[in-house]
Design a protein around this ligand. Sequence first.
Ligand code: HEM
Ligand code: FES
Length: 355
Amino acid sequence: MSVQYTPVIWNRNKMVYDAILLIAVALYLYIFIRVGPFYEDITRPIDGAILRMRAFGSCAFLMLTVILCIGPLARLDRRFLPLLYNRRHFGVMTAGIAAVHANYVLGWYFNFSPTESYVALLSSNTSYGQVIGFPFEAFGIAALLILFVLAATSHDFWLSFLGAPIWKALHMFIYAAYAFVVLHVALGALQGPSDPIFTGMVAASVVMVCGLHFASGRLEANREEGDATAKASLEEAGWVVAGEVDEIDDKCAKVVTLSEEERVAIFKYDGKLSAVTNVCAHQNGPLGEGKVLWGCITCPWHGYQYNLADGRAPAPFTEKIATYKLKLVGSTVLLDPNALPPGTYVEPVVIGGAA
Ligand code: HEM
Ligand code: FES
């Protein structure tokens, strides 16, 4: 297997996304470190290194919460889709912030120990059998390791190299990382003198992540039920299931056989679908084996061209071919098998638009 490495391709949207993210992170850290001390309990002053450790730890936790909320939010309301767009950069930045947090921990809590700080981190507390005083750092280490693996494999190269199913399964470990971080905090910071703001923040995060996943799961189940009913009623009305939209390559067609003599070519182009007869008006060439070139179906035999929506050859040519109606239910393409008179305009089906 060989997969070509293509460097990250930057565009304006990605830059704006990352700039907003960086500004938000910098603001959070600034407020936490500079403004936070004015509101702290003067009977329990906090050392600067601890403050920074907390600032970066809570920032990474908040970022992880937002990352996990983006998916269900985008499923519940399409207006959140732009947030999904560059979520991988968000994840990589979260791993970086979490690493700074861990670095402060090593440089402060474990730096005064006579043993090496990494050894001290792993060996200073081994009371795994108890809840109070549990070595919660272990959960932080587990979470950080997962975040690193996910950040290191976030590039498209790994998506192509591992294949989508394995890559997606690997990246589902983000939920394990979140669970580890919640345990890390619940058995660590929340066991100390109570800070209602921080406790509230952690509780709200868990409720939000679980609640949004539950709500989007319900919505998806309802949608699937609605799709199944819509599909069944269309099939009852004689429509034919033509396959899944992902089966069709861009600017190419899928050919559906309706009978011995009748084949239909369903083309995918510019995020839309259109169907025409598979038979070219010139010498019966197989249009479905052709491609969409310069916005037209182009016959593979002698290059005759037809508009996708109405099956008419562009002027000054006059050939016309039959068109067909399509519907998209969920991701399934359905075809009305009744050919329309050659040259009839049919509104293209928008992929991802209303069914
Ligand atoms: C090598 C990995 C890690 C180590 C050794 C570590 C260690 C620690 C330690 C010692 C504390 C102090 C607890 C206290 O003061 O009671 C702490 C707090 C915390 N950690 Fe970690 N941690 C690690 C990774 C992470 C990761 C990956 C996250 C989040 C993504 C995280 C989020 C937090 C948070 C939110 C707090 C509480 C901060 C506060 O008190 O305001 N930690 N961690
Ligand atoms: S058969 Fe299609 S161009 Fe000749």
